[in-house]
Design a protein around this ligand. Structure first.
Ligand SMILES: [Fe+2]
Length: 302
């Protein structure tokens, strides 16, 4: 069973909303809960950097407000994505227990839409606090012991979610031999569909030295397995798409939280799987950002 935060049922939602006296907002949110899912669509979020305090701001950005804004955008979609991903750096800096308590609270509206939320770990997360703070994840059967990795199957692709957290609040990441061995074996056992690989850290490249330390070992696993079509990462807080020399697409998700360079957009990406590729659309939090609404068509390598 993949490790994720399951959707909250409409009944649970109703009971909790009534207990919370949220009758005034019930109508619009029920409408969101009733929307049909697009089975081929994923909402891709990264780098939420949630602090225990919802008032916490960094680089002039209130991180809780940004995640709330994204959850409202998701609720406003005419058709909801079947799956939601948060690709690491869920917590602000050191992955404190209170950060995850607030993070889980802020994810509730998304889960009430009926979407499971899949999570990976970044360098600002703490694995034991994450497992303790997110019900069910510690006890879940994991394919790699002591790593938060999972295989999520969908109709048009298999998603391999990897754990690249090395040391908390230290920038570079690592997958490790055991996880790479599982990945290779799992790819071989599931070669019938396109594979999308997801981890927090960027592949090794000259521009970003704080990425995946065993990037070469990862791509030695990925490149010869032709079912691997894309590698999705966050970490650099910079939206862009690139292509590895093997033809594997490299998708750098924007942060939900703050950007490192003021001209870059923060926000989230909606993905639609197609039979032979994937379409991406950037939803910048600033609707005036020149890249807001940008779409990118990725064609799968053969
Ligand atoms: Fe980050």
């Amino acid at each position: 069973m993949p490790i994720h935060l399951p959707p909250l049922s409409r009944r649970d939602f109703l009971v909790r909303s009534l207990l919370a006296g949220a009758g005034a907002t019930l109508g619009s949110r029920l409408f969101a809960a009733e929307k049909p899912a697009d089975p081929h669509s994923w909402a891709l979020l990264s780098d939420t950097h949630i602090d225990a305090s919802r008032a916490k701001a960094m680089r002039d950005v209130n991180m809780a407000d940004n995640l709330i804004a994204v959850s409202k955008e998701l609720a406003a979609l005419p058709q909801r994505p079947a799956n939601v991903l948060v690709n690491g750096d869920c917590a602000v800096l050191r992955g404190e227990p209170g950060d995850y308590a607030t993070f889980v609270e802020l994810l509730k509206p998304i889960r009430e839409m009926g979407a499971p939320v899949h999570l990976t770990l970044g360098n600002h997360d703490e694995r034991e606090h994450f497992w303790a703070g997110i019900a069910g994840t510690k006890a879940a059967k994991r394919p790699v012991e002591d790593k938060h990795a999972a295989l999520v199957r969908s109709e048009r692709a298999n998603w391999f979610l990897l754990d690249s957290l090395d040391k908390v609040n230290v920038t570079p990441g690592v997958l490790g031999a055991a996880q790479l061995k599982w990945l290779g074996d799992a790819l071989d056992a599931n070669a019938d569909k396109p594979a999308i690989i997801v981890a927090h850290h960027n592949h090794a490249e000259a521009e970003h030295k704080g990425g995946l330390m065993d990037s070469d070992a990862l791509f030695a696993v990925l490149a010869p397995r032709k079912q691997v079509k894309a590698y999705i990462f966050g970490h650099t807080h910079n939206w862009r798409t690139l292509r590895h020399e093997s033809g594997i697409h490299l998708v750098n998700l924007p942060p939900v939280a703050y950007v490192f360079r003021p001209t870059r957009p923060n926000g989230w990406v909606q993905a639609w799987l197609q039979p032979d590729g994937m379409k991406l659309k950037l939803n910048a939090l600033d609707p005036k950002h020149p890249e807001h609404g940008q779409t990118v068509e990725l064609n799968w390598r053969s």
